[in-house]
Design a protein around this ligand. Structure first.
Ligand code: 9MR
Length: 647
């Protein structure tokens, strides 16, 4: 029986509100309780975006992600380029990684994002109207459908960033091919795929009352009057201290709430210019406090999600050279004044819910020990804080979490033979409080003496489905004659860091950087933990995102039946001065360039390369220049050039 996802959350919040009304003696808040403890006490979520690579590789990243937040959004792993890189070929490794992490830590997942003009593969962008609508509906049915019966995934950004700054519909390939009807279609497809998920429309620069947020307001109002299932509006809130705080944020949230939708802050960060100073930190902290307070003041505001938590992995410096430090923790995972601001805004000094951790579990006992696994069991904890025992985390001696469980036992797998493991457990409750560490237990896996023969060396990996953030590798399988049998493969980068594992002779890499060369090789492993020699390596380069040494933004100035003008195309340099630049973009078939200015264009197939003219190649740090061009197209065709990339 599936649970009623977000509706049950609303019921819990109501129960909390009525409990608060009858509890007369307030318990003092624990000053150092985690953000999620205070957020839950206020009936709100506090979320973070998560990136798959540090989640897999960094204990400090995982520890903060699980202890401070009760809601997570995949920063990239659920986007179309990651989930359906080729038509009808779905890859969910990154998405599942995020969902599994959230499930293990009693967090909810907000799905991001189904229909967006960015990070959508070229095969979608060039489809005919009929085929594009089918592809969109299939994608939504498959991605939403995958998690429809999973109570962890409660909501989705169905369409993202459909407006221009002036409030007109964004001239995206979606809009240019399908008109605005794709928006209602997408919401209906999402509702059909999961009737219980909360469905959101999401955008940036809509925090204050302005042309763009008013266009959003009018659209949401219109869609709801047409019974299109829009449940929620997401305000990204990528703020910068240089533009001032949107002081009408609360008023804006309230006018949307009055339409009957839930509102939420979905991607909050506050970037500063140049290096950090205590004055800039203090200003930034004020912005964070103001956003949290605005959400707290609006009953229909469900919570605040921050776009990551450590400056180490923020998108900001890549996109805005010279700006950064936008998050709650510095590069070394130390809390900044912005953390304290969010904490103190959420902490109202009374805390009707749970800051009491469960009791310490008993020392684990190991049984069923093999060369690659063991079963652990321990005496259960109890929880008196009110939120109830949620489960247990199992850690190794270096503090890395190696398993989670909802019962007082766990199965460990993938261990190495003849190896001593020291493990301990901690209980966690529904509010995210962790118990003290149990006493630890050391056990030794059985001998690899019977199998010391490594598998044969796997074939050279071949890279395919290369996007700006991922790639698929496949290779000729190894064989194992040592007796324990082939268990799988590890994938390494040129620095020897393991970046993926697989039980088959292929793997999907996610979370890669755009326009970057990656050299990777694989090793096979058997059931006794023997590793083969390294395969030969392959080098591939991810496609260009918008985050290379320069960025490009193209504006459709005018269009008519048989053609259009793109002007200005603004090329903005990164942080190092350059003497030349090159932009590539894709022309739909049947389109021809009929004129250009301030750049030299060459056409090869459907790809156009625009290089600087003799006089505008020199760009200092952060400097911009512009060019433009005119295109002829068949008169029945409404598509335009797309895929602008700074090479
Ligand atoms: O933070 C994301 C970054 O890692 C990606 O490279 C980028 C690709 O366009 O998307 C970033 O996240 C965006 C989000 O999905 C939608 N709103 C704007 C966010 C910041 O660009």
């Amino acid at each position: 029986m599936r649970s009623l996802k977000w509706r049950s959350v609303a019921a819990a919040a109501l129960a909390l509100a009525s409990a608060a009304a009858t509890v007369l003696v307030a318990t003092p808040a624990s000053a150092d309780a985690a953000l999620r403890v205070h957020a839950q006490a206020r009936g709100k979520f506090i979320g973070t975006a998560l990136a798959t690579s540090p989640l897999a590789n960094e204990t400090a990243y995982r520890n903060i992600a699980q202890s401070e937040f009760n809601q997570v959004t995949a920063e990239n792993a659920m986007k179309w380029s990651d989930t359906e890189p080729n038509d009808n070929q779905y890859t969910f490794s990154g998405a599942d990684q995020i969902v599994n992490f959230a499930t293990a830590n009693n967090q909810q997942v907000h799905g991001h994002t189904l229909v967006w003009h960015s990070q959508t593969p070229g095969w979608v962008q060039n489809l005919s109207a009929t085929n594009m609508r089918t592809a969109m509906n299939d994608h939504i049915a498959t991605v939403v459908g995958r998690y429809a019966s999973n109570p962890t995934v409660v909501s989705w950004d169905v369409v993202n960033e459909v407006f221009e700054e002036n409030g007109s519909f964004r001239s995206s390939f979606w809009y240019n091919t399908l008109g605005s009807s794709f928006i209602a279609d997408a919401f209906r497809a999402a509702r059909a795929a999961d009737p219980d998920a909360r469905l959101c429309i999401n955008d940036y620069n809509v925090e204050g009352i302005n042309a763009k947020s008013t266009a959003m307001y009018n659209l949401v109002s219109q869609l709801r009057s047409q019974n299109v299932p829009v449940d929620c509006v997401g305000f990204q809130s990528h703020l910068s201290t240089q533009y001032g705080f949107p002081n009408d944020l609360q008023q804006n949230l309230q006018r949307f709430a009055n339409l009957g939708v839930q509102v939420r802050i979905t991607e909050l960060d506050v970037r500063i210019q140049g290096s950090r100073t205590s004055a800039k930190d203090a200003t930034q902290a004020t912005y964070y406090r103001n956003v949290v307070n605005a959400c707290l003041a609006v009953t229909a505001c469900a919570g605040v999600t921050i776009w990551g938590f450590t400056d180490k992995y923020s998108w900001v410096p890549d996109t805005f050279p010279g700006e950064g430090f936008a998050l709650l923790y510095d590069n070394n995972y130390s809390q900044k004044p912005s953390y304290t601001a969010v904490h103190d805004a959420l902490d109202d000094g009374t805390n009707p819910t749970d800051t009491t951790p469960p009791t310490t579990p008993g020392a684990p006992t190991a049984s069923g020990i093999t060369s690659s696994g063991a079963s652990l069991s321990w005496t259960a904890s109890t929880d008196s804080g009110g939120s109830g025992l949620a489960g247990y985390n199992v850690y190794n001696s270096s503090g890395t979490q190696i398993a989670t469980s909802t019962t007082n036992s766990a199965t460990l797998s993938g261990l190495s033979a003849s190896t001593a493991y020291t493990v301990y457990v901690r209980a966690r409750d529904g509010a995210g409080n962790l118990s003290s560490n149990s006493t630890s237990t050391t056990f030794t896996t059985t001998g690899g003496s019977s199998d010391t023969t490594a598998p044969t060396t796997p074939g050279t990996p071949a890279a395919s489905s290369i996007t700006s953030s991922g790639a698929t590798l496949s290779w000729t399988a190894s064989t194992d004659s040592g007796g324990s049998g082939l268990a799988g493969y590890n994938v390494y980068n040129s620095g020897g860091t393991q970046i993926a594992t697989s039980t088959t002779n292929s793997a999907t890499l996610t979370g890669l950087s755009a326009s970057t060369a990656y050299t990777v090789y694989v090793r096979a492993r058997d059931g006794a933990g023997n590793l083969s020699s390294n395969s030969a390596s392959v080098t591939f380069t991810t496609t260009g995102g918008s985050t290379g040494g320069c960025t490009v933004a193209a504006t459709l100035q005018t269009q008519w039946g048989g053609g259009y003008v793109v002007q200005p195309v603004t090329v903005t340099n990164g942080s190092s001065a350059r003497t030349s630049w090159a932009i590539t973009f894709t022309l739909p078939s049947g389109h021809t360039i009929v004129g250009s200015w301030n750049a030299v264009l060459t056409v090869s197939g459907n790809t156009v390369t625009a290089r600087n003219a003799a006089y505008n190649g020199n760009l200092g740090s952060g400097a911009s220049t512009t060019f433009g061009f005119q295109v002829a197209r068949p008169s029945s065709d409404t598509s335009t050039a797309s895929g602008y990339t700074c090479a």
